[in-house]
Design a protein around this ligand. Structure first.
Ligand code: DHB
Ligand code: MG
Length: 237
């Protein structure tokens, strides 16, 4: 049996992508535009984009919240997984990146399904609560967390507050090349990832698991959680 060398796992990832995901000109163009703008190639792998798309369909999501837009690769995948009348609200901290994302989203034909909110997650997320509490818009059915890892616990708290029992929460980059299992790490993004996973394990508002991934992005992983009935209880504070 072959060892899981980087060459071997990239070959498997390419095989799975060719066999199950295929190619889409608008998604390919979104990545090309992101790279041409000098943005890092840290969008999810195609197999993971398709996973997000399928989770949207499996959960019957109509309202999706994404924290961390970048070039909108994952945004487009999820927008294509929700019905007409549904929305992906995606949060991007940098206005220049949001402009690239908007062009990619519109080119992909899902412009009417995506709202980009420009600002830091910590600032934008509280603004999403009032219209929900006022009954003006429904709660989010699917939340994808893929921004600064240091804030993962804050983002998870908002996912539970803006979601409902049954909301699906996905957290990207939970493996970090194996560093997630290093209790002595001093890297703030790894510590943030660990704190987020510990919260998912401990906080009664979530039931969660996580999978390691080996794909063209390297050795990483994804956590998948369900918001439980505990999220509907009045909070103690
Ligand atoms: C990084 C961030 C990501 O969301 C990702 O998928 C890969 C890498 C990073 O900040 O290095
Ligand atoms: Mg990521």
């Amino acid at each position: 049996m072959a060892e899981p060398t980087p060459d071997a796992w990239r070959r498997v990832d390419a095989y799975l992508t060719e066999t199950l995901v295929g190619h889409d000109p608008d998604l390919d163009k979104a990545v090309a535009e992101q790279h041409a703008a000098g943005l890092p190639a840290i969008e999810v792998a195609p197999v993971s984009g398709k996973l997000l798309h399928l989770l949207a369909r499996i959960s019957g999501a109509r309202r999706v919240l994404e924290i961390g837009t970048l070039g909108a690769y994952s945004t487009i995948w999820m927008a294509r997984g929700i019905p007409e009348g549904g929305v992906v609200v995606t949060i991007e901290a940098e206005p220049a990146i949001a402009a690239i994302a908007r062009a990619n989203i519109d080119r992909a034909g899902v412009g009417d399904k995506v709202e980009i909110r420009v600002g830091r997650g910590e600032d934008v997320l509280p603004t999403l609560e009032a219209p929900i509490l006022a009954g003006d818009v429904p709660r989010f059915d699917l939340v994808f967390i893929d921004a600064d890892k240091e804030s993962n616990t804050i983002y998870l708290d908002w996912a539970a507050r803006l979601g409902h029992p049954g909301t699906v929460v996905v957290v990207d980059n939970i493996g970090r090349g194996g560093e997630v299992a290093n209790p002595a790490t001093t890297a703030s993004h790894v510590i943030g990832t660990q704190r987020g996973l510990e919260m998912l394990g401990r906080d009664p508002r979530f039931d969660a698991t996580a999978l390691q991934t080996l794909d063209l992005k390297g050795w990483d992983g994804v956590a998948i959680a369900l918001v439980t009935d505990a999220a509907a209880m009045p909070s103690a504070d």
